[in-house]
Design a protein around this ligand. Structure first.
Ligand code: HEC
Ligand code: HEC
Ligand code: HEC
Ligand code: HEC
Length: 353
């Protein structure tokens, strides 16, 4: 039997190379080592870094490709209102711009069904299909997001494709959820907790943080505003619901808490990243979009599109973001539609959060 003496030099060399590799993989300057990429979002040394595996990043790149824009409309064209009979929201477009938008909306929302998804082919001015009426509200909604919510959507903006991705019903919508019917007696009330729900990352936190908090973002609180004044001290339920929403937001954007917060002091704004401010506007934008548009659209949809409690489908962070911090990885498709779906105003001086 032969016994080999370990080659200490070789082992030491391997250890040094391995260790430096490991250390290098902890770098937070956006470089990629050992199959991981890291990006620093906050102050150096505060651990405010997002780490992702290269394979997951590649998969997200493949999933988030925006279709190319249609060629620009030929400017030599009459106002759409003069040519067509039933133009209620696109009165500012020319005939060619209207057709360019129609072709694009078909690609974005109903590529298989085509124009007839929204139109009676015998008479394009006819409003008998509910989809056409919904589309009118959707056009107004997109114009409002692009022109009013520049502090969230920046100069990137959104199109129908941001949510729809070639499908009539966006993949990520949500409904109010008051949970399963409960037994009577002591087991009667779960208070919305204790069911591992996907909305809150399979934790036992309140499983519907979206209904109370997307409607009232000012209730997203854990820290009291004033010491010992009970009106300003959030309840345990409010705290848990806040954490539930934060998990939803992190999952929707594919990031962890330190993308927005310095965990040294989560509530502190001066220590947070600029992304938290963008998210603050996002919360208010989603609240308005659901109240002003989706609640109205609910009244037009067939019963099969409503939730178990009879409410309509609603938008959350996930409807646009779908796992990345900038929807479609920041694709600027909307810029080519500034006339049809804009104007895309960009950020305005912020109000103090
Ligand atoms: C997702 C729904 C949707 C799809 C798909 C769609 N349209 Fe439209 N279309 C509308 C809406 C909504 C209006 C009305 C706009 C308004 O009121 O300002 C409209 C209006 C029109 C009009 C004006 C009719 C009139 O006389 O008032 C024409 C023409 C038209 N579309 C053609 C097309 C063609 C061609 C296609 C396919 C390439 C198409 N549309 C696909 C929603 C759609
Ligand atoms: C912020 C996300 C979002 C954007 C952007 C958006 N939609 Fe929607 N859309 C929705 C949601 C949510 C629904 C409700 C889904 C349902 O019908 O069950 C919907 C429903 C629809 C429907 C009805 C589909 C059906 O089968 O019931 C049409 C048509 C539609 N949208 C057209 C458009 C058009 C056209 C645009 C661009 C001008 C657009 N949407 C932009 C979120 C969005
Ligand atoms: C995309 C940005 C973003 C991410 C990611 C995020 N948050 Fe938040 N968080 C916010 C914003 C914005 C607010 C303030 C909401 C408001 O005032 O409307 C907030 C508020 C909070 C609060 C309440 C602070 C107070 O004032 O009482 C807590 C606690 C919190 N977040 C924890 C977390 C945790 C834990 C995670 C990870 C699971 C997380 N957040 C992920 C943006 C984010
Ligand atoms: C209507 C679509 C839409 C919805 C809904 C939406 N966002 Fe966004 N969000 C965008 C767009 C577009 C951008 C890219 C802005 C840019 O490029 O400057 C963005 C950017 C962001 C950023 C900055 C990312 C970065 O890398 O700088 C954060 C943070 C964010 N969104 C959080 C949220 C949160 C939290 C919600 C839900 C409360 C939400 N968003 C809902 C469209 C949306």
């Amino acid at each position: 039997m032969t016994r080999y003496a370990p080659n200490w030099r070789l082992l030491a060399a391997i250890a040094v190379v391995g260790l430096s590799g490991l250390l290098a993989s902890c770098r937070d300057d956006g470089t990629s080592v050992l199959g991981k990429t890291s990006n620093q979002t906050g102050y150096r040394g505060t651990g405010m870094v997002q780490i992702a595996s290269k394979s997951a990043t590649e998969a997200l790149k493949l999933k988030n490709v925006a279709p190319p824009p249609e060629d620009p409309a030929d400017p030599d064209s009459k106002p759409a209102k003069e040519v067509y009979q039933n133009i209620q929201v696109l009165g500012d477009l020319t005939e060619n711009e209207l057709m360019r938008l129609m072709a694009s909306m078909t690609t974005w929302v109903a590529p298989e069904e085509g124009c007839n998804f929204c139109h009676n082919p015998e008479n394009l001015a006819d409003d008998s299909l509910y989809t056409k009426k919904v589309a009118r509200h959707m056009i107004e909604m997109v114009r409002s997001i692009n022109s009013k919510w520049g502090n969230h959507v920046g100069t990137t903006g959104v199109t129908c494709y941001t949510c729809h991705r070639g499908k009539a019903v966006p993949e990520f919508v949500w409904f109010g959820n008051s949970g399963p019917k409960q037994a009577q007696g002591m087991a009667r009330d779960r208070e919305g907790r204790g069911l591992a729900s996907a909305t809150v990352g399979e934790t036992s936190l309140p499983y519907d943080p979206l209904t109370p908090l997307l409607a009232h973002p000012d209730d997203i609180r854990v820290v009291g505003k004033k010491a010992l004044v009970s009106a300003y001290i959030p309840t345990t339920m409010q705290t848990e619901t806040t954490y539930g929403l934060m998990i939803h937001m992190s999952e929707a954007l594919g990031v962890n808490c330190t993308f927005c917060h310095n965990t040294r002091s989560i509530a502190s704004w001066p220590q947070s990243t600029p992304q938290r401010v963008t998210a603050w506007y996002g919360l208010r934008m989603v609240s308005e979009v659901n109240k002003q548009y989706l609640d109205v659209v609910a009244g037009l949809l067939p019963a099969s599109h409503l939730g178990p409690e009879g409410d309509g489908p609603k938008v959350s962070c996930e409807t646009c973001h779908q796992g990345v911090s900038k929807p479609l990885l920041g694709a600027t498709l909307a810029k080519s539609y500034a006339k049809e779906l804009g104007p895309i105003t960009g950020p305005t001086p912020p109000v103090k959060p």
